[in-house]
Design a protein around this ligand. Structure first.
Ligand SMILES: [Zn+2]
Ligand SMILES: [Zn+2]
Length: 884
């Protein structure tokens, strides 16, 4: 396996990523086995829609899950990342319906069985598409363990759950107002409805009192549903109408008489303050009707047409046509008082964009409230932890407002509801197995409920149905509950909380212990990524352009605890640059890397060695804490800072004199020591970076002479070697670092970057600092590219540039170095430029518009920028003074 071919000249991920994944798979590195000698670590992968394609949200969620799976695998856990896909009822059915539509075929033409067969065909074709994309990200799961929510064993779990809840009295059938799509002809959950702002009208209609003594005017946005009104409602506190409550009105265009009632749901400030109550076509009216025992009249049918319940002229009309007709008739007969323009939110079917018709129908429900108390308890008592913590409050809020869950869908694709009806005697039988005969009358005229279950009714069982529940399998015993669930917060309500309810209800245990909610990924302007805006970023395109490691690194680096990620595709360059930096560092180190990692002779180490060892070990120690607390951004940034700044910018640079100037043949002590340390650190770097950037690290590891022919992905994650952590050395080094940076800054400011012959002086009363400088003189001279640094007892007499580092003052005498006139001119130009920027900022800061509209952080940032420019100008002026 040891791949001793030469490293490529340049970092080119497309040359090795696919090859590396195959290497892992063929080695069996991701195989899941039951291993009782190890601790388990389990993550159920949120099952993507089977016909879906990968989006950036998957990119982020999969990276985070893979990060933990790889970290724990290397830490010696027996990991199981349960992969699978969701049959996604309505979404998949729609894909197939649309496909057939193009051929001029309706699903009714095929009939239920053939249509479902057709869907399976499409599903089979799509099935591996999204997994292949996930492989490109690097998902390290055992794909042979993949599950599908419509698999036989998962279907058995769904039926079992239904029957169990039914038998315990938590599932019931009832008339209910649901979101109905007249095009898809199915009930939709709230999450399947998009709220769209629409410009429409508010109509005011006069309803005459039945006793002939005046009238009451109602306000409505849906005049066509007045045909199904069963009351007029006012607020009980509304003095304008108090005397009318209890009276009756003649409902215009019909010959019905309906009551005026008082209910606090009515907003007295909305229109006239009186509203019509149409229980069958408005969820709020439905609630009002339940409180007041009002009848419901269905006036719009499942296709959006007016029913026989309405007066003759309106029957069979489309709901929109009916609206026009009703308005005309009201106008003609003098009932229409006023029409005003009005903007409001209208529910649209998220699949087909048809306006939702709230509608009364027979549906199956789960009484979530009665089975949710344990779901609250497990979070309250800390058994289940939610990261970031602020989501806990939202979790509890949702449980407080929990409602019945409508689980029936009028679709053909999904789990059939396990309820059977005897057509002979009317008996309803709920059964896990198919019913052929009626237990009461022995008739074989049995029909199964035509509806299917909401997709979430299968995915809420995911963490245990995938392991064989309700059977007591070995896998269930080993791998349940899971350790972590990673998901976007947008499905906290309709998936995550339901899984906790299901877990505690059916298994007595929470389904997982940690929940990590990822931010949502928005476009660079902060807008949601949506097809309609065409602002999505395709992860596969990013991988093709920058590599999977760049994608992974950048996404994790941008994952702060709080805000959503506003993603500019250019940000992936950062990940690519980092991979590139590591690649080049490896190439530099490669000739010095040894075949075995020898023990480090710490007592022979110089300050740079001790410092980098300390930095490395501090980083490893911190990483464990960041993993434990889901501080994702810090996982990425701490590795990044260590590799880029500490290791590449400083340590490797400091090694160069030893490697370049030493005679390799004689293998002097420092050379050997540094080669040893490079090997030791490179081995650590590849291991600690592997979970985050698996491809490049494996590729480089295959070139480590010390790899013994092994794969990195199954190596042990290195522990912390506390003995190397030294605050003193880190402090000492930090002093040198600041000193060298100051020298570089002074040189840069005076346009003397390229001068290597400069002589610096320093003045200090701190003997420790003096000792450090004297001891590290050679390295300081090398790293700062100067000729000399000398101690002086007092400030130089001639003109100088200076800088203060801790207790030490650094001087560069510039009398003969700088052309005074030219330098003053340069500084003056600089000041003019800065003053102009300052002026612009000042105008901005004083503008009322900016002060009132800009975000607090933006204002603070601008203020800071302003004061920094002010400071710099002062410094430059001071420099001019010193020169003159
Ligand atoms: Zn629809
Ligand atoms: Zn019967």
């Amino acid at each position: 396996m040891n791949n001793k071919t030469d490293l490529n000249d340049r970092y080119n991920p497309s040359e090795f990523e696919e090859k590396i994944y195959k290497l892992w798979e063929s080695s069996g590195a991701f195989k899941v086995r039951i291993d009782k000698s190890k601790k388990n670590y389990v993550i159920p992968m949120p099952p993507p829609n089977v016909t879906g394609i990968l989006h950036m949200g998957h990119g982020l969620q999969d990276t985070i899950q893979d990060l933990y799976i790889r970290y724990k695998r290397m830490k010696g856990f027996n990991v199981f990342w349960i992969p699978g896909k969701d049959h996604a009822g309505i979404a998949t059915q729609n894909v197939v319906e649309k496909m057939l539509e193009k051929q001029g075929i309706k699903k009714e033409d095929l009939g239920r069985d053939d249509f479902v067969k057709k869907v399976w065909e499409v599903v089979e074709k799509h099935k591996d598409h999204i997994s292949k994309q996930k492989i490109k990200i690097g998902d390290s799961c055992d794909w042979s363990k993949e599950k599908f929510t419509l698999d036989k064993d998962l279907s058995r779990a769904v039926t079992h759950a239904f029957v169990e809840l039914y038998n315990r009295g938590f599932i019931f059938k009832g008339k209910y107002i649901v979101n109905w799509c007249p095009r898809c002809e199915t009930a939709l959950s709230d999450e399947e409805v998009d709220k769209i702002t629409e410009n429409s009208f508010l109509w005011e209609i006069r309803y005459p009192l039945a006793d002939g003594d005046g009238s009451i005017t109602v306000s409505t946005t849906r005049p066509e549903t007045m045909l199904g009104d069963t009351a007029v409602a006012v607020n009980p506190q509304d003095l304008r109408y108090k005397h009318l409550v209890g009276k009756k009105v003649n409902l215009p265009l019909t010959n019905r008489v309906i009551p005026i009632i008082a209910d606090s749901y009515v907003d007295p400030d909305f229109g006239s303050g009186a509203v019509k109550i149409t229980p069958a076509h408005d969820p709020n009216d439905f609630d009002v009707a339940r409180r007041h025992n009002l009848p419901s009249i269905v006036v719009i049918d499942s296709k959006g047409k007016m029913t026989p319940q309405v007066p003759q002229p309106y029957r069979g009309l489309d709901r929109d046509t009916c609206r026009e007709r009703v308005i005309n008739d009201l106008k003609e007969r003098g009932y229409l008082v006023k029409t005003t323009e009005y903007t409001h939110n209208v529910g649209k079917c998220s699949r087909c964009n048809t306006t939702i018709e709230p509608s009364l129908s027979d549906q199956w429900f789960v009484d979530l409230k009665s089975i949710s108390s344990r779901a609250r308890e497990v979070v309250e008592n800390g058994t289940v932890k939610i990261y970031p913590k602020r989501w806990e409050k939202i979790y509890f809020d949702w449980l407080d407002n929990i409602r019945e869950w409508c689980i029936s869908r009028q679709l053909w694709w999904g789990h059939r509801i396990p309820v059977f009806y005897c057509k002979n005697c009317g008996k309803q039988i709920v059964s896990e197995s198919e019913v052929k005969r009626c237990p009461d009358c022995n008739s074989d005229n049995i029909e199964q409920d035509p509806d299917v279950l909401d997709t979430w009714f299968s995915s809420w069982l995911w963490p245990f149905s995938t392991l064989g529940w309700p059977l007591n399998t070995e896998e269930l015993e080993q791998f349940y509950p899971a350790d972590l669930l990673v998901s976007g917060y947008d499905i906290l309500f309709f998936w995550i909380i339901k899984m906790v309810i299901a877990g505690t209800t059916f298994t007595g245990k929470p389904p997982f212990y940690d929940i990590y909610l990822t931010p949502l990924i928005r476009d660079k302007f902060g807008r949601k990524m949506a097809k309609s805006l065409n602002n999505g970023i395709d992860p596969i395109e990013i991988i093709n352009k920058y590599g999977a490691d760049a994608l992974r690194f950048t996404l994790v680096y941008l994952s702060t605890d709080g805000q959503d990620i506003s993603l500019d595709p250019l940000k992936f360059e950062m990940g690519r640059n980092f991979a590139n930096k590591l690649f080049n560092a490896f190439k530099f180190c490669y000739p010095y890397l040894k075949e075995t990692i020898e023990p480090i002779r710490y007592d022979e180490c110089d300050l740079y060695d001790r410092w980098i060892l300390s930095k490395l070990q501090t980083t490893v120690r911190n990483l464990d804490q960041y993993y434990d607390n889901y501080k994702l951004q810090f996982i990425a940034s701490s590795i990044y800072n260590f590799i880029w700044h500490d290791f590449c910018d400083w340590y490797i640079e400091s090694c160069k004199p030893f490697f370049f100037n030493s005679d390799k043949e004689t293998a002097n002590q420092a050379y050997v020591r540094k080669a040893n340390i490079l090997t030791y650190i490179m081995d650590y770097i590849l291991k600690i970076l592997h979970p985050l950037m698996p491809f490049i690290t494996e590729e480089l590891y295959q070139h480590m002479k010390s790899n013994n022919g092994n794969l990195l992905t199954i190596q042990k994650y290195p522990g912390v070697e506390e003995k190397y952590i030294s605050d003193i050395d880190e402090k000492k080094f930090s002093f040198i670092e600041n000193l060298i940076v100051s020298m570089r800054t002074i040189k840069a400011e005076l346009n003397l970057h390229s001068r290597k012959d400069l002589e610096f002086f320093y003045l200090t009363k701190n003997s420790d600092e003096k000792n450090i400088i004297e001891k590290e003189k050679d390295s300081i001279k090398f790293l700062a590219s100067i000729k000399e640094i000398k101690f002086i007892a007092k400030e130089p007499d001639s003109r100088f540039s200076s800088s203060v580092i801790s207790d030490t003052i650094l001087y560069l005498v510039i009398e003969d170095l700088v052309d005074k006139k030219k330098e003053i001119e340069r500084l003056k130009k600089e000041i003019v430029k800065l003053e102009a920027t300052k002026e612009k900022l000042s105008i901005k800061l004083n503008s009322e518009d900016f002060k009132s509209k800009a975000k607090k952080e933006i204002i603070e940032k601008t203020e800071k920028e302003y004061s920094e420019i002010e400071k710099t100008v002062e410094i430059l002026k001071d420099k001019i003074n010193k020169l003159t």
